[in-house]
Write a protein that binds this ligand. Structure first.
Ligand code: ZN
Length: 241
């Protein structure tokens, strides 16, 4: 990353830190006003408690964001800004423009998210019954191709619309594209696991990284995307008047 780009990220982070500090002060004041000792009706008390709850959540989220910004600023000083904490590769500038506090590259983030999603699934879906190898040993190459698509469809996690599968003499050739590195890993795992074919030639392309770079490149630098939840609470519930 060149110096000028790095400087612009630093500026962005400092600006966001300032905004959060103002928000925090505002929330603190609301806290004080609401928390003051005064005689109130029990019904009023219930709604005050709800607002206090929302404010506490906001404060926690604000603190979390603030921590993310501090960490990013520390990394800038240390010359380690923009490096994925998982794989050590550079996070794309396009991604950092959207999320300057990003800790992970898009591939690692997706893989982790998918893993988390799978962990939330009921045990039955998470570990599908292993199909016995014998079931497939007598299939023709065409039938094996069809079976691979069937298994992927049944699995449901990967969009197979741009995937091309060719089986020749029991060997699988993968080409075309999938939307993420995580999708590719799922396919590469499913074929040996579910069908028993370990001879897989992988020529898959990952389409999404190209797409994201194009999209984010056109976004202006001077805005930060907030957590949707925070923005919603901010506007609807903070207005106590
Ligand atoms: Zn990574």
């Amino acid at each position: 990353m060149d110096k000028k780009t790095l400087e612009s990220f630093k500026e962005l982070l400092l600006k966001e830190r300032e905004r959060l500090a103002v928000e925090a002060e505002k929330a603190n004041k609301e806290f004080q006003i609401l928390g003051e000792d005064r005689p109130i009706e029990s019904e009023e008390k219930a709604s005050v408690n709800i607002v206090l709850d929302v404010l506490a959540k906001l404060r926690d989220q604000g603190n979390k964001e603030l921590k993310g910004i501090e960490d990013a600023l520390t990394k800038i000083e240390a010359g380690a800004y923009g490096m994925c904490e998982e794989c050590g590769k550079n996070i794309s500038e396009a991604r950092l423009k959207v999320l300057p506090t990003a800790r992970l590259c898009i591939n690692c983030k997706e893989i982790i998210e998918k893993r988390e999603k799978i962990d939330l699934l009921p045990e039955k879906i998470k570990a599908p019954q292993k199909v016995s190898l014998e079931e497939y040993t007598n299939l023709s190459d065409e039938d094996l191709t069809e079976t691979i698509f069937e298994q992927l469809e049944e699995d449901g996690r990967v969009d197979t619309s741009n995937l091309e599968v060719l089986v020749q003499a029991g060997r699988v050739f993968l080409s075309g594209s999938v939307s993420s590195e995580a999708d590719r890993q799922i396919i590469l795992q499913l074929i040996p696991d579910n069908i028993g074919i370990t001879d897989v030639e992988d020529k898959l392309e990952v389409a999404e990284s190209i797409y994201i770079a194009d999209e984010a490149d056109s976004k202006p630098l001077d805005h930060l995307e907030l957590d949707d939840d925070l923005e919603e609470i901010d506007e609807e519930d903070l207005d106590l008047d």
